[in-house]
Structures are given as C-alpha cells and as structure tokens.
Design a protein around this ligand. Structure first.
Ligand code: ADP
Length: 859
C-alpha cells in the first residue's frame, strides 16, 4: 500500500520509523529468504511478544521515492544485541518487499515502523488451535508453535502461492497436523475441514481478501464466533506483495512440491470435505456471553428505537423556537401564527420528558430483573463448582464477575444504549436541519471538529514509544523504591540517604515533564476547539459574513445559534459512548465463561454413610486438571480403618492432588474412590454432599479463617456445638491458652482483635477438625514453622487429632512419618513403592534415595 494517508495515520497514532541495517542474508529455501538486521532503536529491551510484527517500508522498484508497506513477523529478536530477523517470500512476479529482499546485501538499510506489538493471546485452554495463513505467515505460526504446550492439538492450514512453498520449514510440534492448499483467494476458506471445531481458537494471517473470505467461512460454515478468530492481513493482493494480479492454479487446487521436504504430503482437502459427514453443531464457551445478553436483545433494540424518537422529540421544540424567532423577525408577530408553534413545542417537550422518564423506569426494571437472574445464576454456579476450582486465580475471576462485570452490565442495560442512540440521532438531525437552512454555514461547523482531530493526531505522535519509555521508568522507580524500603533499617541505623531513589524519581519526573508539557497546550487547544463558545464564535463570525455578503437571511442565523453551539459536545458523546458498550460485552463474555465452568456431577449423590469404622479405597484412579494432561495415573491405594497412610515423593508428584480427591475437590477422570465399611463399598460420588463432608475432614497447610469470632471459626462444621465442646477441642489442639490471651477471648474476631500467627491458625484449624470429629482425615503435614515452640505445639495438636482415625497424610519430611502404617511413594502421578519405613529403606528405590538425600541435608 502506498505510503500516503495510511502512513500519516500510523505515524500519528504513534508509529515511529526505525532504520535497520542488513547484517546477513540466508536462503532457507530457494524462495524463502531470512535477513538478519541490526535494529538497535527498535529492539531496545522492550518486550516483543510472541508473533509480533512490524510494518516494513519497501521502495517501489518502478517509481523512485515511493514506498510500500507490509507486515513482517519478528524472528529471533535479541534485546542484548539489538538484532532481529525477518523472513521474505521471494515470488515471481515480485512485489516491492520481495524485490528489495531479493537484492539485499549486508550494509543495505530499510525503514520499519513499529506501530504497536500485537500479542498472541488465545483464550484460556481452547480445545485446539487452528492456525492458517500463507508463506508470509509461517514465521508467526512458527513463533506461536514455539509457545504452545506440547499436549495442545493444532491444525495448520497453509496456502502455497508457488511451487516450493511447501518446503519452507515449519516448526515441529507433537500435536500439529499440517495441510497445504493451493493459491487463490478462496482456497484457504475452502480448505477448512468439516468437523466439530467446538472451543477451538483460530489464528489467521494471510492476504487481505483471503482473510475476509476465511473469516466469513469460519463463522458461517464452521460456527466460529468472530471473537474466537484472531486475524491480521499481512498484505493485499495487487497492492503490496505483488504489483500485478497473480496468475496461478485456481482456487482450491493443490500444488505439487518441487523438491522433497519433511512436510506431510498435500491432502486433497476439497475432496475430503465432500466425503466428510456433516459435523454436529459446534459450541464455544465464549458464546455463553452472547447468549447471556440474548434475553435482552429485543428490549435493548426497542429502547434504542424509542430513544431515537425521544431525541427527535426533544430537538423539535428547539427547531420550533428557531422557527418562531424567524417568523417574529420576518414580521409575522401575530398570535394566530405563533400560538400553534408554541403549543406544539410545549406538547412535544412534555411528551418527550414523559417518554424519557418512562423509558428509564422500564430499563431500570429490566436491569433489576436481569441483574437478579445473573447474580442468582452466579451464586448457584459457585455452589456447584468443585472445591478444587477455587484457586487464587479463579477467586479473582469470581470477584471480577460479581463486583465489576455485573456493574458494567448494569450500565449497559440502563444507560449505554440510550446514550449512544441519543449521541448519534441528535447531532445527525441537527446537522441535517442546519444544512437545510444554510449549507455553507452548516459545513463550517465541521471546522472545529477537523481542528480537534488534527490536534489530537499531533498529540498522539510518538505515543507508542513514549508509553514504552514510561513503563520503563515506572519499572525502574518501583525497583528503586523497594530497594530503598528494604535498606531502610540499615540506613536508619548506619546512616545513608535515598540518593539512588531520588535520582530515579527525578529522572522519571523530568521524562514526564518533557513528554507532557508540550502536550498540555495541544490538549487544552483540542478541548477548546469543540467547546460551545468556539461554535458560538464561529457561527456569529461566519454567520455575519454570510448575512452581510447577502448569502443568507439574518433570521436564518437563529437555528444555528439555538442548535449549532452544542454540536461538538454531542459528537464527543458518541465517541465516548461506545467504550462502555464494548466493556460490557467483554464483561458479559467473562461472566458467560464463568457460567460455563464444568460442575460437579451430583445427580447420583443420594446415599448416606454406612455404619461402622470407615476406610477408603482408590481404584485405578486417574486425574488431570486439563484434558490430555494426566497428573495422576492409575493409582491404587487402600486406607484400612484406623490406620495412617503417608504420601511421600518429590514435589509435583501429585501428592496434594491425590489427597484432595476424597473430598471431591475434583472428580476423578478414570477409576473410582470408594468408602469402605466392612463389606459395604460406596463410590464417593454416590454419597450425599453432607455425608461426604462428615466422613472426611481436611487440615491443610494454608489455613483459611473466616472473618468471624474464634468460637465460630472452631464451630464451623458444627454450628450447634456447646461452649464446653468448643473449649475441649481448643484445649486438645493446644490453642485454648492463646485464645484466652486475645482481648475478647473466644469472642475475639479474626482480623480485628485476634491476629493469629501461622502456627496458631494451624492449631485453630486442628481444633475445628477435632470438633467436627470425622472418622477419616486428610492432613497436609505442616511445614516447619519459624518458631520451634509453635511447631512443637502443632505436632502435639496433630497427635491429638489423629487418634484412632483413618488418616491420609501428605508428608514433606520423611522423618515425621516413619511410624506410618503404610508409606506410598509417588512419582510423576504414580505410586511407585509402598510399605513400612523399614521395608522401604531395606530396598533400593526412590524412598531410600529420598531418605538418604534428607539425611545428607540434615548432616
Ligand atoms: P505435590 O503435592 O506432589 O507437590 P501437586 O499435586 O501439587 O504435587 O501437583 C501435581 C501436578 O499438578 C503439578 O504438575 C502441578 O503443577 C499440577 N497442579 C497442581 N494444582 C493444579 C491446579 N489447580 N491446576 C492445574 N495444575 C495443577
């Protein structure tokens, strides 16, 4: 694309030119050339996210002085040396960039604009990745393949433009299938296999027109929501890569490779598609957000239509008043002529106000109902999610959904649509009316807007680079501040000053000053340009000129004075109005994703606990947090009633994961966990939730206390417990004395007047478990606490708790479980050894290695 308007806009929006010097030229295949550049101003330590690309300005081979731009993916950017490579496809006929690359030699220079780096940001855990593009996209696809987890499923569809393209090296990935198709605008779109693409993520980079068609096909034929397709047009046919329209095999036709490669052979995709059975209607998790808003759609449309009418009705009295003025000036000052105008104005004004109030009331009612339904669904959902879902990150998701996203939806339902509609209808109606009154003067109302845009563009110049610089300063200032705070005790005792911090802060202030000060003037000027007084001044001056030069009747100035002055402010409302609408859509998407989280299946959970002492059996248990990534594999383990079983093994072996399964923190992927009492065995998924809760107690390292009294914290599982029972549990857990020492004893509130140390909180949670008195117990063995006194008390409390229960303990230090009835040694999700301490120690194996390593460490 010629460097003209687009270049100006890009520069205005912050693109900066970087001159790059060729260092070396390597042909990866005869038609695919990698050029390494020195680009110290571009690769200067800032982040270069995966698959980011820049615009390269290639000289026009025919017209000197003219340049063309194309997107190129950064290959192997190296911040330390300021070097980066770009891969060029050398085709016939060559476009400007290819022609430049074909002749490039070390020492040559070329400019690149880096507008903003584009991140590769797929949604969380998609079912798979569909990566599509042409040879120009291969560097980006390679970059993406480099960061995808090995278990990811990937389908890559590439379009060959010329024989030999299929030899271009594509990064190998264990889960990737690579298909090649032939040239032509529709070839990529036609190559997408018919299958169930539910929850897949599509990434597309190719020629502009091909992308347009591909997006439409992915959406209409294969069901992809447009939000799950990331696309970037790297070039446009006939504009950038090639100057002439290409001649080649027709769309959908496959090309033959001209040399052997490691690529899989071409697949006759069109034929395969024809033979494939119709795929089931696919579903995307992200669609839930759209469905969520679906119930509102007709209501919001109706509200928009009504608001359009209201806006016109609100405007009409002003038009009538202007008409009134014109007639008065024209000497038609008779009551019979004027009264209908006045009455109509009053009536319309009243009707518009009433309708507007009615609309607001109705929308608030709609919102109240929608908000209620939404919150109830979220709360219901939370109750049905497995406990293991509530990690810190997911807790933040819930927080955002309930607190912020629900609020954004409130704005969208009640205000956003009327605001945007009013913002569009009013200025449009005003300008149409004013054009009808006097086109020349009406046209002049655009002058302040043009000035505003020009000043804005000036203001945004170089912003991208400045923002990066700003982020660097912030990072530096934060680092200096934390270094200063860390050193503070030493500084206080031995003297010293915060010179380093002051220098950084001064530097940051100087940078901000240098950046913002020249902008301040433009900022004020751009704001001034669209203020009502500016329009008033313009209308008066230009209007007088029009009247004096005989182009317009004096009375015609009135409508402009009535309506033209707030024109600029109204246009701004539209520009700002779309932001909350977009945010609300994203909020709906996030809430939708939360509502799509898989729930715990409770459909069979109807049985009570069997009587008698309880044991537990893991039968061929497998589990993974993500499909295709097992964390536990085929685990068999028996916990006999009244015995203690210890899980040991290296970190990450799956001990904590296994220990959480008896409480249904997650459900097993395969196999079963059964509660055993004599001859009776019950799958824990068949137990009523309360029964399972009564059967298994948990004491974790990371203790969660609720913001209630200490008494309520202990009696959490048995709210009806008497004070005597609570106290007995606290004594046994060695926390009674500590509670009495708190300002209000058992009535002290956690986080207010009761602040417990780690060890104390641990003992409180043991008291909680003692009071609940479950027949089975899962313990995550406490790690060493800083103070030995506390550790001693925790150990005593634990001994009291274990008693004669059936215990599963996750042990981090082997010497604490040497007395266990059974020690199960885990490695990579499997139990690799089990037995008593002495037996295990006598045999060579992981346990003995771990034991010996522990001995060496403590020696
Ligand atoms: P251990 O207790 O033996 O240290 P874990 O059971 O904590 O091992 O972890 C086993 C594996 O499961 C690790 O690879 C860990 O990264 C992964 N893992 C643990 N918790 C989660 C989770 N909530 N989501 C995803 N992966 C997890």
């Amino acid at each position: 694309m010629a460097r003209g308007f687009q270049k100006t806009m890009m520069t205005a929006l912050g693109a900066t030119d970087h001159v790059m010097t060729v260092l070396s030229v390597t042909d990866l295949t005869p038609g695919f050339r990698r050029i390494r550049f020195s680009a110290p101003t571009m690769i200067d330590g800032r982040e270069t996210p995966t698959a980011s690309y820049v615009r390269l300005w290639a000289p026009d081979p025919k017209e000197p002085g003219k340049v063309h731009q194309r997107g190129y993916t950064l290959v192997e950017p190296d911040a330390a040396t300021g070097q980066v490579s770009f891969d060029f496809v050398l085709h016939e006929p060559m476009g400007p960039a290819s022609a430049w690359a074909a002749a490039a030699k070390p020492g040559d220079t070329i400019t690149a604009s880096y507008y903003m780096f584009h991140k590769f940001e797929p949604p969380e855990d998609p079912e798979g990745y569909l990566l599509m593009g042409d040879p120009a996209a291969i560097p980006a696809i390679n970059a993406i393949l480099g960061v995808l987890p090995p278990e990811a499923r990937v389908v890559i569809i590439l379009q060959a433009h010329a024989p030999g393209d299929a030899a271009i090296p594509v990064t190998t990935h264990p889960g990737a299938d690579v298909l090649w198709t032939g040239p032509g605008t529709g070839a990529l779109a036609g190559a997408v296999p018919h299958r169930d693409w539910s929850n897949w993520y599509a990434w597309v980079a190719a020629e502009g027109a091909a992308i347009k068609e591909l997006r439409a096909t992915l959406n209409r034929v294969h069901g992809f929501p447009l939000s799950d397709i990331k696309h970037a047009a790297y070039w446009m046919r006939g504009k950038a890569m090639r100057l002439r329209k290409e001649a080649g095999p027709s769309a959908g036709e496959t090309v033959t490779r001209d040399q052997p490669t490691t690529q899989p052979p071409f697949v006759p995709i069109a034929a395969a598609n024809a033979a494939a059975p119709a795929a089931p209607r696919p579903r995307w998790r992200s669609q839930r957000g759209v469905e969520l808003l679906g119930s509102l759609r007709w209501k919001l449309r109706a509200a928009g239509a009504l608001q359009g009418l209201i806006s016109l009705m609100q405007l009409a009295p002003l038009v009538l008043m202007a008409e009134l003025g014109r007639r008065l000036l024209a000497g038609e000052g008779r009551w019979e002529v004027l009264s209908p105008l006045i009455l109509w104005a009053i009536a319309l004004y009243g009707a518009a106000a009433t309708l507007s109030a009615g609309l607001m009331l109705w929308l608030h009612a709609v919102d109240a109902q929608f908000g209620h339904t939404l919150r109830v669904s979220i709360v219901t959902k939370l109750a049905r999610l497995p406990l293991g879902w509530f990690t810190d990150r997911n807790a933040a998701t819930v927080h955002q959904a309930v607190q912020e996203d629900a609020g954004r939806l409130h704005y969208m339902v009640t205000h956003a649509v009327p605001d945007v509609v009013a913002g569009i209808v009013t200025p449009l109606a005003v300008i149409l009316y004013l054009f009808a009154v006097d086109a020349a003067l009406a046209a002049m109302l655009f002058l302040p807007l043009i000035a505003f845009v020009a000043l804005y563009i000036l203001m945004m110049r170089g912003v991208a680079d400045k923002l990066v610089e700003f982020a660097n300063w912030t990072k530096r200032a934060n680092a200096a501040a934390s270094a200063f705070v860390e050193a503070l005790p030493v500084v206080r005792v031995f003297g010293g000053d915060g010179r380093a911090l002051r220098a950084v802060l001064d530097g940051q202030a100087a940078f901000l000053n240098g950046w913002q000060r020249p902008m301040a003037g433009r900022k004020v000027a751009s704001q001034l340009a669209i203020q009502p007084p500016t329009f008033l001044l313009l209308i008066t001056a230009a209007g007088c000129w029009r009247v004096l030069s005989g182009g317009m009747a004096p009375a015609d100035l009135l409508p402009f004075l009535f309506l033209g002055t707030v024109f600029g402010a109204q246009i701004m409302t539209v520009m700002y109005g779309f932001v909350p609408l977009r945010e609300a859509k994203q909020a709906a998407r996030r809430i939708g994703l939360l509502l799509e989280e898989p729930e715990l299946d409770r459909s069979r959970s109807s049985r009570e606990l069997p009587p008698g002492p309880l044991g537990l059996r893991f039968d061929g248990v497998s589990f993974g947090y993500r499909p295709g990534k097992p964390v536990l594999r085929d685990v068999d383990l028996v916990l006999k009633p009244g015995t203690m079983t210890a899980l040991v093994g290296p970190s990450g072996a799956g001990k904590s994961t296994l220990a959480g399964l008896p409480g249904r923190f997650h459900d097993v992927t395969d196999g079963a966990i059964r509660i055993v009492s004599g001859e009776t065995e019950i799958d824990i998924r068949q137990l009523k939730p309360e029964a399972l809760q009564r059967a298994v107690g948990f004491v974790f390292q990371d203790v969660r206390l609720i913001k209630e009294t200490l008494r309520e914290n202990i009696a959490l599982a048995r709210p009806g417990a008497t004070m005597a029972e609570i106290e007995a549990a606290a004594r046994a857990a060695r926390i009674h004395e500590r509670i009495l020492a708190a300002p209000r004893g058992y009535d002290s509130v956690v986080g207010e007047d009761a602040r417990l140390s780690g060890g104390e909180a641990q003992r409180l949670s043991i008291a909680r478990a003692l009071l609940a008195d479950p027949p089975m117990l899962v313990l995550d063995e406490a790690t060493a606490f800083a103070d030995p006194e506390s550790e001693h008390l925790v150990q005593q409390a634990l001994s009291a708790l274990v008693g004669r229960r059936t215990v599963l303990v996750v042990a981090h230090r082997l010497h604490t479980v040497t007395h266990a009835d059974c020690i199960a040694v885990m490695q990579a999700g499997r139990i690799v050894q089990s037995g008593r301490h002495q037996e295990l120690l006598a045999r060579p194996g992981l346990y003995r290695d771990l034991w010996q390593a522990g001995e060496r460490k403590s020696a």
